[in-house]
Design a protein around this ligand. Structure first.
Ligand SMILES: Cc1cc2nc3c(=O)[nH]c(=O)nc-3n(C[C@H](O)[C@H](O)[C@H](O)COP(=O)(O)OP(=O)(O)OC[C@H]3O[C@@H](n4cnc5c(N)ncnc54)[C@H](O)[C@@H]3O)c2cc1C
Length: 553
């Protein structure tokens, strides 16, 4: 495959030469760097590149140019290459324009002139943008293929797992992709044996389990060490943060995740409130960055493995997995978050993954192109999903029990929803029944104020109606509140039974559970403030207390 382009536009010849020189120096091996002093000429060139079926990864444009302003040029490029990253070259006096462009055209970065030394001011942000672009770029075909029925739950599970662990794949719908049949024929696989996964080297697996797929992809499946300083259960923001800080501080750290690292956050279409990302970032991007960071520090990540029990032996913790394997550690951090609440409608379960989804808008978005879809719930997650899906679907319908989303969603989201023409909010509306053959086809809606019912075609239903902790497996080991959240620190002192389970002279540490050396952080912790930043903060903080605990043992 040919290298992607980086296109630079600046009417000031001296600046153009300087930026072209610096960009070429670092990126010429992986990108074709093209520079021009004319915005119009650049637009013509881009159209030609598009005709040749080639790709542009990054546009860099000066703001002040006689033919057209940089912001206008970059906006025009979005019509041709919507996924390319945009950088505006600005003078200090144009910062206001640049900041406005972050909102208006989703500018990715503004670079102040001069950018010397480039090692400090130019390369780090460009590296970051190109990494992000590469992570989403799907080359024409190389790599893994999944062949199956679009609305099959099994296909959905495989797609969700691979996208969650950031492994690119090519999805081939057996009913709509003429090439797909060819793979079935060479693997001698029937429709009943789908989905079929074809790996890079041509080997294939029919209907693989996630552990089998993970093994074939070379993902770590067992612990390398006999004893770890800290074992983290759950790879959401809290667990990932704990793993980064644990490994970074020199602790032998292992993280166990039952599906893919990233947790709830990875299904977030756009996180707008995470510090340091003024243009927002997707949950997948946040997870990708965190996984790369923690692996770099030496964390071992084992996925997919579900923890089913923790035993204590001479103060050491033995964590048991559902497949029978065990890992020994001196301390444990439970960061298992919360699980989506299921919508209790008769017959709905059979469509889960076949038109009905819990928090997986991003994975199925392209399959909903030009379709009419429904979202249940009016909270931030539901509204984020709607804002994401409206770019693909013809019509996005949000069903809420209350009269307005203003009471349940953040103001900026509620405003965006109101201003988006293809999103319709249906107040006082519930689903009473669902129908379909192999996949979801129709839903019946009821207006609770008027009592009116109507049955409408629905290709997909995304459900975001809250969540609860999945901590049943901890019964009998660790103290939880009446809703199943883990009680920690001073809250334990309030328990009448405190003296029966706590035998140490010291009080429980802030994130410590009723068992010394087992900590809880993130959404699973009773009284925790939910949200990504809080989970990250709690994960990082837990490591401080793990160290304290390790010092005393
Ligand atoms: C769609 C969506 C959008 C959101 N958007 C935002 C936003 O924009 N801003 C914001 O601040 N917050 C947002 N949130 C909330 C935020 O994502 C959560 O508060 C945060 O992810 C909590 O992190 P956590 O690490 O505590 O738990 P989780 O993210 O729930 O992660 C827990 C992990 O533990 C794993 N696990 C569970 N049980 C086991 C087990 N037995 N063995 C092994 N692994 C296990 C799970 O698979 C999961 O990966 C959003 C949530 C959703 C669902």
């Amino acid at each position: 495959m040919k290298l992607p382009f980086i296109i630079i536009v600046d009417d000031d010849e001296q600046v153009l030469r300087a930026i072209q020189r610096d960009v070429r120096k670092k990126y010429h091996k992986d990108y074709r760097v093209v520079a021009t002093d004319s915005a119009n000429e650049a637009l013509e060139l881009i159209k030609e590149i598009k005709l040749q079926n080639e790709t542009v990864a990054l546009f860099i444009s000066d703001q002040r140019m006689p033919e057209m302003e940089g912001v206008i040029f970059l906006e025009k490029t979005k019509e041709i290459y919507p996924d390319a990253k945009l950088v505006l070259l600005t003078a200090y006096s144009d910062i206001d324009v640049a900041i406005k462009a972050i909102n208006d055209i989703k500018l990715n970065f503004y670079l102040l002139k001069p950018w010397n030394p480039p090692e400090e001011k130019l390369y780090p942000p460009i590296d970051d943008l190109l990494d992000e672009w590469q992570a989403h770029f799907k080359p024409d075909h190389e790599g893994i293929r999944i062949i199956g029925f679009q609305w099959s739950p099994k296909s959905h599970n495989l797609k969700e797992f691979l996208s969650g662990i950031l492994i690119p794949y090519l999805w081939m719908d057996i009913e709509n992709n003429s090439q797909a049949a060819k793979y079935l024929a060479s693997a001698v696989v029937s429709h009943e044996q789908l989905p079929l996964v074809v790996l890079k080297d041509g080997t294939w697996m029919s209907d693989p389990t996630l552990p089998k797929l993970a093994q074939s992809l070379g993902l770590q499946q067992s612990a390398n060490q006999k004893m770890y300083d800290v074992l983290i259960i759950g790879g959401g923001p809290a667990g990932l943060a704990a793993s980064v800080y644990g490994s970074c501080e020199g602790l032998k750290t292992i993280l166990i995740e039952k599906s893919n690292p990233g947790g709830q956050a990875s299904s977030s279409a756009r996180i707008e409130n995470y510090l340091g990302f003024p243009t927002g970032l997707s949950g997948a991007d946040l997870s990708r960055r965190a996984i790369a960071q923690t692996l770099r520090f030496g964390t071992e990540i084992i996925t997919p493995k579900t923890v089913k029990k923790i035993r204590i032996q001479d103060g050491y913790k033995i964590t048991e997995m559902t497949d029978g394997s065990e890992i020994h550690s001196k301390s444990v951090i439970i960061a298992t978050g919360i699980e989506y609440t299921k919508l209790g409608i008769h017959g709905l379960d059979k469509f889960t993954g076949a038109g009905v989804y819990y928090g997986s808008a991003a994975v199925e978005a392209h399959a909903c192109k030009d379709e009419i879809i429904y979202i249940v719930g009016g909270g931030n997650s539901a509204c984020q999903a709607a804002m994401y899906m409206c770019k693909f679907a013809k019509e996005v319908n949000i069903l809420i029990r209350r009269d307005s989303i203003k009471k349940t969603a953040a103001n900026y989201l509620a405003q965006s929803i109101i201003q988006t023409p293809n999103i319709i909010v249906h107040p006082h509306t519930e689903i009473t029944s669902v129908e379909g053959d192999r996949e979801l086809e129709r839903i019946t809606l009821k207006n609770s104020t008027t009592g009116e019912e109507k049955t409408v075609p629905a290709k997909a239903l995304f459900i975001y109606i809250g969540a609860k902790p999945g901590t049943l497996w901890l019964n009998g080991t660790i103290l939880k509140d009446e809703k199943g959240f883990i009680i920690t620190g001073n809250e334990l002192l309030k328990e009448k039974t405190f003296n029966t389970f706590w035998k140490l002279d010291r009080k429980p540490l802030l994130p410590e559970t009723s068992v010394p050396g087992i900590f809880a952080s993130g959404d699973v912790r009773s009284t925790a403030l939910t949200g990504i930043s809080s989970a990250v903060g709690e994960g990082a903080m837990a490591i401080r207390f793990v160290r304290k605990y390790l010092e005393e043992t």
